[in-house]
Design a binder for this molecule. Sequence first.
Ligand code: FE
Length: 478
Amino acid sequence: ILPIYILTQKDYNKGSTAQGLFVDFARNLPNASTYKLCAVLFEIGNHVAVHDCSNMYFQKEYCQKSLLGCWEMLRKLVYTGGICIMGRFTLPRDLYHGTGSLETLKTLTGKKAIVVVGGGSMKRFGFLDRAEQYLKEAGMEVQLFEGVEPDPSVETVMKGAEAMRAFEPDWIVAMGGGSPIDAAKAMWAFYEYPEISFEDLITPFSFPELRQKAKFAAIPTTSGTATEVTAFSVITNYQTGVKYPLADFNITPDVAIVDPDLVAGLPVKQVAYTGMDALTHAIEAYVSTLNGPFTDPLALQAIEMVLDYLPGSYKCDMVAREQMHYAQCLAGMAFSNALLGIVHSMAHKTGAAFSTGHIPHGCANAIYLPYVIKYNAKDAVAAKRYAEIARRMGLAGTSEQALINSLVEKIDEFNVRLNIPKTLKDFGINEEEFKEKVDKIAELAVGDACTGSNPRAIDPAAMAKLLTCTYYGTEVDF
Ligand code: FE
């Protein structure tokens, strides 16, 4: 997913000052190599300027009046993140939270609900029975779709969509860790539009209009992915080994039920990994090139809550566990709208890359985050934002650099407390295998959907260097 800016001089008078200014502007854009520029729209007084990749248009009158002012405005918009892409901020219509909030399923109105779940843990703890009971109390006929696997497959999605077409629910209730909810989001699309294909859906923000047949409720049973509030889903095609990252506000659920009872029994290792995943979501969203006035407060609040409550949650303090469940959800609201950065690009492409075993997503993020902060902080705007996080969290330091160092130290300290290794080497990745694969992984990571909104540009060579730092624990000095 790329933030889209297209600056062409197509509709400009050749040789005009405007041309020079815009060339200069384009050259100074962060991540210039990965940006496309289109549909930039802004208002200046009574004039509306619309920039489109194919048909850039500027009020001539305005151009003549103040070209410099307009350039400065665009520049400021991009640099401060007050992005001039027509902004959209989407969250579920209703979010129910608090102990026992699962019961709000009773208040849904409809005729039929299909409940999509994963393995047996929700059944074992009795939550599935309760959910079913509540939906029946709401007067609905209920059908179960069970057995969504971790990293759900295309086949599972198609089977689920078929079940939905036969049953014709007007509510899809997805319950589980990330996977059943992700799978159900894709099933929803194929239920409503049987004729579409995955290839039609992988272009970001190109979904057909959903909610023609059903609405969607999501109930998370882990604390990290926040898929209950996000516009994302990942489906794997095991035949080709390709992951389809689906992104569209159409798949942001209508209802999220964030009930801490459902995460009371999480294994502590999962608490640590998913908690650090949530912290990474919030920090990456805060420094993303798509950050903005609606996502910043959510990101900062999430960071503060993770710092306050993750250690307690790890020690099974249930008050802290509850707060972490909310913190990860806030982080999800931020990154669903501001997107992420290269910590996630690296985690996505290294997760299943080595024969020594899978690196859990949150664990990979936790390892990479301090290194990426050091890399990104070479960008002036990102540096300011990392320092702002540290300042808001009350970390030590008066200079920008000292504050950034404090933030990195804080993350290092958390990793130690949560028993997360500092390097890929400590994690147990084989050195020879790492060396052999690092260039290929670097290339794939640069091409990941999360790279586009990272605050500092990166090419495969720099990415390979960065990955090498995370392997040996060496300093990021480039
Ligand atoms: Fe994540």
